[in-house]
Design a protein around this ligand. Structure first.
Ligand code: ANZ
Length: 814
C-alpha cells in the first residue's frame, strides 16, 4: 500500500510519479490470458517507430484516447489487453549507423528507452510484460516464419521489374515512398531501374480485401481510401490492329461506349509495342521522351494538374469499330502498370485526352449529348447522355451502350469485358541492412530454397559498413561468413535483400497475445480468445498501406488456419492531427512544435491528457492553445479542492446526507452523458459534462459521499493519477482501476424543463425556461413577463396568442 501523503495543494509532480510507481510495483495492468467471468477487450495503439525525436503531442493524443478506453473498459468489468511495442526497423537508424558507425541496434535501444520513459510519464496503462520489438530476433523469428508460409503458398516471387532506385540512400523504395520523383525520406532523386526483387502477390487478395471492408466498423473515409487504392474498375479490353503492319495491341477502357469517339491511341513509354512501331523519323524524339519519363514518379505522371506531354510514334492504328486510322502516341499519363498499359483516347469525353488532343491538334469528336458546353472542342463531356455519331449505338444511354458494344466486341472477337485493379503486387524487398533477413538461399544452379524452420531466426550478420557493396549488392553481401550456407549438402548463398519495415507491423498485434511463446507465434487458444482487436487507434497516414498489408497477411494466415478471424481490426479510429497554435502543421522548421515533456513539467500529465481530449472531437484536426491547457489545469485543481480541504483532510462538505434534489439530477445526467460519450469516444463532451457537474457541486452546501466517488471514478480514465490519489484520500485501499463504474437512474435523467423561443409578430424576441408540467396559461403569463419581450408588447394590443406546447410562443400584436 502506498503511503498517504499530506499534500494540501494539488501537486502533480508528487502524485503522478507516486501512482506510476504504484502501478509498476503492483503490476496493476498485467492482464491474465483468460478470464472465466469477464468479457475480453483488446485495445491497440499503432505502435511507434522509436525515432530520435521522442514523443510528440500527436502520439499523446493517440495513446491517451486508447488508454481512456482501456481504463474505462476495466471499470466496466472487461478483461483488457492493452499492450505496447516498437516498430524499430527502419531507415533512420540505418542512416545514423552509416554516419556514425554506431550499430543501429544501439541507437534503437536508446530511443526506445526514451520513448518508454515518456509513455510512463503520461500515465498510460499498458501491460509492459508484453512489450515487443520488431528488431528482436525472438520476434522476427516469427516474421520470417510467416514469410515461409507466404512462400509455401506461392504468394512470394522474384521479379526483375523496374523499381524505384535511390542512389543516395543506396536502396530501392516502394512507390509510396517516392514523392514527386524524390525519396520521401531525405528528398533524394529516385530513378527507375530493373533489379531483382521479392514481390508478394497481394493482388490475389484484392477482391477479398475489398469485400470484407463492408463489415468493418471503420470510418467511411478510410474505407474509401482503401477502396480507391485497390481500385476495382469494370470495363473492356479492346484490340487495335496497326494500319501498316501485323502488330496489334490491347487497350483497357471503362467506357467502351465511346469507341466511335476514339481519335487516337496512347501507349505507356515502357510498352513493348513502342520499339516495334516507332518510325525512323520519330525514333530520336521517342528515345529522348522515354529517357525523360524514367525520371518521373507515377504520381507525377498521372496527376490531373500536370501538363500533359507525349510524342507521336509515327504509326497509325485502326479503330476496330469504324476502320478509321488513328495516330498512336506515347505519353506518360498512361501507366504501364495499369490495365494493359495502352488506351484508346476519347478527347470528347475524357479530360486528360481532351487536354492532350488540344495540345497536339488531334480531332475531338462528340459521341454523347450533354455537358456544359455546346462545342466539344471547348470542354470534354464526361457525364451521361444520348449516344450520337456512333452508328448502331445511336440513341442509347451510356449504360445500355456499354452493354451493347461489349456484346458486339465479343461477338466480333475484338475484345471482351474485363475487370482491372489499381492494386499492384507488393514490392517486398529492400537493399538495406537494418531489416529482417529472408529465410531463403540461392544455390549455384540458381534454385531458391526455403531455410528450414529449425534454423530460424536468421539473425543479421555483424558488419561494420552498412552501405551497399560497390557493385550495388545489398550490404548483407559484405558478410561473407554469413552469406555462404549449405542446403541439402550443396553450397548456397543466403538472400541478401531484407524485408521492408512494413513486415514487422503486419502481424505484431498477434504477438502481444502470447509474446514469450518460443514454439509458436501465438497459442491458438489465446488467439481465439483475444482476436479480433476491438479498438485500433492510430494516425490517418496509415489508412492505406499498413492497414492493407496487415489485412493481407491476416487473410493469408486465416487461409492457413493460423488465425480465427477474417479481419484483424474490428473498429478503427484515426485521431486528428494536432496543429501548432498558428493552425499550421507542427514542424521543427516552423518552430511551432509542442513538447509533451514541457507540458508535463508545467501542468502535469493529467492536465495534458484532459486538454488533448477536450480540444475537440478525437478525429478532428485542432490547433494547440496554451490558454486551453490552463483551463484543463484549473478543472483538475478544482476537482482536487472539492475533495481535499485546506488542511489536507477530506472536505467536510462531503457527508452521507442525500444530495439536494436538483443537484442529484445533475449528477445522474452527468453519469449518463459520461457513460454514453466515453463509449462513443466523444471524450470532449464527456469532459465538458464532468466540468459542469463539478461547477454544480461547488454550489452545494453538502455533497453526498457516493456522488463524489462517482465523479472520481468517471474521471479515472481521463485523469488517472488524480483519481487514484483522491480515491485513496476518500479512504479506499488499492487502485481505483477495477472498481465499479457508476450507474445512473434513468428516471432522474428526464429533462423536466424546456426552453421555448418567444416571438412577437413572428420575430424572435426572447426565450423562456419553464417547467414541462406548466399549463398553457402559466406558460403564456411567464412569456409575457420575459424582460426582452415586455418592451415589444408595451402599449400594444395582443390580437392573437399562438402556443405550440414545448416548441414556440408567438404574440400577434397590433
Ligand atoms: C476510353 C475512355 C473514354 C476512358 C472516356 C475514360 C473516359 P479507372 O476508372 O481509373 O479504371 N486508362 C486505362 N488504362 C490506363 C493506364 N494504364 N494509364 C492511364 N489511364 C488508363 O480508369 C479507366 C480509364 O482510364 C480507361 O477508360 C482509360 O481511359 C484510362 F470517355 O478509355 B478510358
Amino acid at each position: 500500500m502506498s503511503k498517504i501523503t499530506n499534500t494540501i495543494d494539488y501537486n502533480p509532480k508528487e502524485i503522478e510519479p507516486k501512482w506510476q510507481k504504484f502501478w509498476q510495483d503492483h503490476e496493476t495492468f498485467h492482464v491474465k490470458d483468460f478470464s472465466p467471468t469477464k468479457p475480453k477487450y483488446f485495445a491497440l495503439d499503432m505502435f511507434p517507430y522509436p525515432s530520435g525525436d521522442g514523443l510528440h503531442v500527436g502520439h499523446v493524443e493517440n495513446y491517451t484516447a486508447t488508454d481512456i478506453m482501456a481504463r474505462y473498459k476495466r471499470l466496466r468489468g472487461f478483461n483488457v489487453l492493452y499492450p505496447m511495442g516498437w516498430d524499430a526497423f527502419g531507415l533512420p537508424a540505418e542512416q545514423h549507423a552509416i554516419k556514425t558507425g554506431e550499430h543501429p541496434s544501439v541507437a534503437t535501444a536508446k530511443n526506445i528507452a526514451h520513448f518508454k520513459k515518456q509513455m510512463l510519464a503520461i500515465g498510460l496503462s499498458h501491460d509492459w510484460s508484453r512489450e515487443i520489438n520488431t528488431t528482436d530476433p525472438k520476434y522476427f523469428k516469427w516474421t520470417q516464419w510467416i514469410f515461409r508460409k507466404l512462400y509455401e503458398k506461392g504468394l512470394a516471387y522474384e521479379s526483375n521489374e523496374p523499381v524505384n532506385w535511390c542512389p543516395a540512400l543506396g536502396t530501392v523504395l516502394a512507390n509510396e515512398e517516392v514523392i514527386d520523383g524524390k525519396s520521401e525520406r531525405g528528398d533524394h532523386p529516385v530513378f527507375k531501374k530493373p533489379m531483382r526483387q521479392w514481390v508478394l502477390k497481394i493482388t490475389e487478395y484484392a477482391d477479398r480485401l475489398l469485400e470484407d471492408l463492408d463489415d468493418l466498423d471503420w470510418g467511411d473515409h478510410v474505407k474509401e481510401m482503401q477502396r480507391n487504392w485497390i481500385g476495382k474498375s469494370f470495363g473492356a479490353n479492346v484490340d487495335f490492329k496497326m494500319a501498316d503492319s501485323d502488330e496489334k495491341f490491347t487497350v483497357f477502357t471503362t467506357r467502351p461506349d465511346t469507341l466511335f469517339g476514339a481519335t487516337f491511341c496512347v501507349v505507356a513509354p515502357e510498352h513493348k509495342l513502342v520499339k516495334k512501331i516507332t518510325t525512323k523519323e520519330q525514333s530520336n524524339s521517342v528515345s529522348k521522351y522515354i529517357e525523360d519519363c524514367s525520371k518521373k514518379s507515377d504520381m507525377d505522371r498521372t496527376s490531373l494538374n500536370k501538363d500533359k506531354s507525349g510524342v507521336f510514334t509515327g504509326a497509325y492504328a485502326v479503330n476496330p469499330v469504324n476502320q478509321e486510322k488513328v495516330p498512336v502516341y506515347i505519353a506518360d499519363y498512361v501507366l504501364i502498370s495499369y490495365g494493359t498499359g495502352a488506351i484508346m483516347a476519347v478527347p470528347g469525353h475524357d479530360e486528360r485526352d481532351h487536354e492532350f488532343a488540344k495540345k497536339y491538334s488531334i480531332a475531338i469528336k462528340r459521341v454523347l449529348t450533354g455537358g456544359d458546353e455546346e462545342d466539344i472542342n471547348v470542354q470534354a463531356h464526361t457525364g451521361d447522355g444520348e449516344l450520337v455519331n456512333s452508328d448502331f449505338l445511336n440513341g442509347l444511354n451510356k449504360v445500355d451502350a456499354i452493354e451493347k458494344i461489349s456484346g458486339w466486341l465479343e461477338k466480333e472477337n475484338l475484345g471482351k469485358k474485363t475487370i482491372s485493379f489499381k492494386l499492384r503486387d507488393w514490392l517486398f524487398s529492400r537493399q538495406r541492412f537494418w531489416g529482417e533477413p529472408f529465410p531463403l538461399a540461392h544455390d549455384e544452379d540458381g534454385n531458391i530454397h526455403l531455410i528450414d524452420e529449425s534454423e530460424l531466426p536468421i539473425e543479421l550478420p555483424v558488419i561494420d559498413d552498412y552501405l551497399p557493396t560497390e557493385d550495388g549488392d545489398p550490404p548483407l553481401a559484405r558478410a561473407k561468413d554469413w552469406l555462404n550456407v549449405e542446403v541439402n549438402g550443396k553450397p548456397a548463398k543466403r538472400e541478401t535483400n531484407t524485408m521492408p519495415q512494413w513486415a514487422g507491423s503486419c502481424w505484431y498485434y498477434l504477438r502481444y497475445i502470447d509474446p514469450h511463446n518460443e514454439s509458436a507465434f501465438c497459442d491458438p487458444e489465446k488467439e481465439n480468445y483475444w482476436m479480433p482487436v476491438d479498438l485500433y487507434i492510430g494516425g490517418l497516414e496509415h489508412a492505406v498501406l499498413h492497414l492493407l498489408y496487415s489485412r493481407f497477411w491476416h487473410k493469408v494466415m486465416y487461409d492457413c488456419g493460423l488465425v480465427s478471424t477474417k479481419e484483424p481490426f474490428k473498429k478503427l479510429v484515426n485521431q486528428g492531427m494536432i496543429l501548432g497554435d498558428n493552425n499550421e502543421k507542427m514542424s521543427k522548421s516552423r518552430g511551432n512544435v509542442v513538447n509533451p515533456d514541457d507540458v508535463i513539467e508545467s501542468f502535469g500529465a493529467d492536465s495534458m491528457r484532459l486538454y488533448e481530449m477536450f480540444m475537440g472531437p478525437l478525429e478532428a484536426a485542432k490547433p494547440w492553445q496554451t490558454n486551453g491547457i490552463s483551463g484543463s489545469h484549473r478543472f483538475v485543481k478544482r476537482m482536487w479542492r472539492l475533495v481535499v480541504a485546506d488542511d489536507g483532510s477530506v472536505n467536510p462538505k462531503i457527508n452521507d446526507l442525500p444530495n439536494a434534489e436538483a443537484f442529484d439530477k445533475v449528477v445522474h445526467r452527468t453519469i449518463k452523458k459520461v457513460t454514453e460519450d466515453t463509449e462513443n469516444l466523444a471524450f470532449n463532451t464527456a469532459i465538458a459534462s464532468m466540468m459542469e457537474c463539478l461547477n454544480a457541486a461547488y454550489k452545494q452546501d453538502h455533497i453526498n459521499r457516493s456522488t463524489v466517488e462517482s465523479l472520481i471514478i468517471m474521471l479515472a480514465p481521463y485523469a488517472p493519477h488524480l483519481s487514484e490519489e483522491l480515491w485513496e484520500r476518500m479512504g479506499h485501499k488499492g487502485t481505483i482501476s477495477f472498481v465499479t463504474w457508476p450507474e445512473y437512474n434513468p428516471d432522474k435523467c428526464v429533462e423536466d424543463e424546456v426552453t421555448m423561443p418567444v416571438q412577437v409578430n413572428g420575430k424572435m424576441r426572447g426565450s423562456l425556461i419553464i417547467a414541462k408540467s406548466a399549463n398553457k396559461d402559466e406558460v403564456l403569463a411567464a412569456a409575457k413577463a420575459v424582460e426582452s419581450v415586455v418592451r415589444h408588447l408595451e402599449g400594444k394590443t395582443i390580437r392573437k396568442e399562438i402556443f405550440v406546447p414545448g416548441k414556440i410562443i408567438n404574440f400577434v400584436v397590433g
